[in-house]
Design a protein around this ligand. Structure first.
Ligand SMILES: [Zn+2]
Length: 582
């Protein structure tokens, strides 16, 4: 009943919104009409974009995949001639910039800034360069956007009301890009794979320390982008954004990844965007990806204006460097397809830093009126400008040799479905086939004791490898490692990788033993068996001699014999995705 009621209310408000919000000709937005203090509700946002689509041949709004909220994800394409055929767009040598908004709808800056940007393009107040196609997701987290309140985000300076971080399943979509538990993430993946964007921008609002900067920026960590793209990102793209923004009147700072501890003036380590995050996911596909983070204590008007300016900066740099971006991406794509090994583990490089100009506020400690204990405060009457170290290097601490192919049995269809969604090229065996493969066996792992985003992630994975001849069934999948998805495949299919499907519990079935025995019945069978198995018998005696508690435990000894025997199930802790290396 409740959902039906909500639905009726929504529909009614949707049509009301269409009439009230927009005098279509002016194209002014709720944000503007409110003097920069309000952001529109979901139905208002979509009806506004629908009207812009109707008004202008440059704008097309497409309905894409379904989301958990029961509404399709919308995608707005803005280009010179309104072309939304992406194959044709690429053939015409245009660069595609994908802008994602409202992944955290309590941070709606991008929602409003994108509306202003599109409106200004249509009104010819801002010229979209002919070599750029803008693809805008007006609101990604629709469920969160519908869940609106004035009270979420207690320490954010506006707008008056906004949405909630969790989606319709209360998931944080900015952790869902690999595991894709939400329909939202699946719809996004389809969009991303369809577009293959050159640049990806995911608009956010930050919390954390106080400082003068209105806009901060997470640039996808450059070391993990590989030599070709990483160098261009680090030495050209990112510095140019700082310069362009400066010209527009904004002192951009790298995202202030500082959470207490020592003083912010001592610098901080660059944010690590692993593939679970939007920028980390995009980076797997050789896409230049960024997460703008406006500062939560700045007035909403300023935050939206700076988001607008930063989106212009992306457009201007991408347009001016169109050929370089295309070539760099293509070289990176070729390198990915040909690479013989891939890094899967990283750590912060404490030696590598560069100096940045940071505009902060002096901080100190005083007595809290809540607890009577010392508390941190920032003194806005004492601004400072200081060159501080920004630790922006990461180094690889472990890599894997790329196999010739992976094989995944068809039973693991949830993973296969995600691979397919990511346009991974694979073929199924036409007949039962025996192949020599490398098999991983999980020796150790830790599972998070409490759930994180609907999972108990497995970490600290240690494994050993055996080489075996395995017979695969007709319909099992062979995934050649000669494709643009190579990096994605390694990051998702190698169990030690931070955001692998093993880590996200897709293979937890192998972590539990399925068969066992009744001790009284197995006792006699085991005793007989040991007579014909001197090696196992010797192992048992050695273990008894070395371990007194083992020597005192009948059940531990019986279980030892079982685990060494032919009756023990081979699938236990045996990772089902195997590696073809010959
Ligand atoms: Zn956010």
């Amino acid at each position: 009943m409740r959902s039906l009621f909500t639905c009726c209310v929504l529909l009614t408000s949707f049509f009301l919104a269409s009439c009230v919000v927009l005098s279509a000709q002016s194209g002014s937005t709720k944000f503007e009409k409110s003097g920069g203090t309000q952001t529109p509700a979901y139905p208002e946002i979509i009806s506004w974009w629908q009207q812009l689509d109707q008004q202008s041949g440059k704008v097309r709004m497409l309905s894409m995949g379904m989301t958990d909220a029961g509404f399709p994800l919308h995608l707005v394409i803005i280009s010179e001639n309104g072309d939304s055929d992406f194959e044709a767009v690429r053939k015409r040598n245009k660069r595609i910039i994908l802008i994602n908004n409202g992944i955290h709808p309590g941070e709606p800056d991008g929602i409003d800034a994108s509306m202003l940007l599109a409106r200004d393009i249509v009104a010819k107040k801002y010229t979209l360069p002919a070599n750029i196609v803008l693809a805008i997701i007006p609101v990604y987290n629709i469920g969160g956007c519908l869940n609106r309140s004035a009270d979420y985000r207690v320490d954010q300076n506006g707008p008056e009301e906004f949405g909630f971080r969790g989606n319709s399943q209360n998931l944080d979509l900015n952790r869902d890009f690999i595991k894709a538990d939400s329909r939202d993430a699946r719809a996004f993946t389809e969009i991303f794979q369809l577009l293959n964007p050159d640049v990806f921008v995911d608009n956010h609002v930050s919390n954390g320390a106080d400082y003068q900067h209105v806009m901060t920026l997470i640039t996808s960590q450059h070391n993990k982008l590989g030599e070709v793209m990483g160098e261009f990102m680090h030495n050209q793209f990112e510095p140019a954004l700082f310069t362009i923004m400066k010209d527009k009147g904004y002192d951009l700072a790298p995202y202030v990844n500082f959470w207490g501890g020592s003083k912010v003036e001592d610098g901080w380590q660059e944010f690590w965007d692993s593939p679970r995050y939007g920028s980390g996911y995009a980076a797997l596909w050789n896409c230049f990806s960024f997460i703008p983070e406006t500062h939560m204590l700045k007035p909403y008007l300023q935050r939206v204006q700076s988001t607008y300016a930063l989106m212009q900066s992306f457009i201007e740099f991408t347009s001016a460097n169109s050929e370089k971006i295309r070539d760099t991406r293509e070289r990176a794509r070729q390198a990915t397809m040909a690479a013989s090994s891939f890094p899967v583990k990283w750590m912060a490089d404490k030696e590598k830093f560069r100096k940045i100009t940071f505009r902060g506020y002096e901080s100190g400690s005083r007595i809290s009126n809540v607890s009577g204990l010392p508390r941190l405060y920032y003194d806005r009457t004492k601004p400072f400008v200081m060159d501080i170290p920004f630790y922006d290097g990461y180094k690889s601490t472990g890599s894997v040799t790329a196999p010739k192919a992976y094989i995944i049995p068809q039973g693991w269809w949830k993973v296969i479905e995600l691979l397919r969604l990511n346009k991974v090229s694979m073929r199924s065996f036409r007949a039962d086939t025996t192949i020599e493969v490398e098999v991983y066996h999980i020796d150790e792992y830790k599972s998070a004791p409490r759930p994180y985003e609907g999972h108990h992630p497995n970490t600290d994975v240690k494994l050993h490898t055996t080489v075996e001849k395995v017979t695969y069934r007709k319909g099992d999948y062979y995934i050649p490692m000669n494709q643009p998805a190579n990096r994605f495949l390694v990051e998702t299919l190698e169990p030690q990788a931070e955001d692998s499907y093993f880590s996200w519990n897709f293979f937890d079935g192998i972590l539990g033993q399925k068969e066992g025995y009744s001790a009284y019945a197995f006792e006699d069978i085991a005793a007989d068996y040991l007579k014909s198995q001197p090696a196992i018998r010797e192992g048992l005696e050695k273990r008894r001699a070395a371990d007194s508690s083992f020597a005192k435990s009948a059940s531990a000894q019986l279980n030892y014999v079982y685990q060494q025997s032919k009756w023990f199930e081979p699938s236990y802790l045996r990772y089902p995705v195997t590696r073809v290396v010959k």
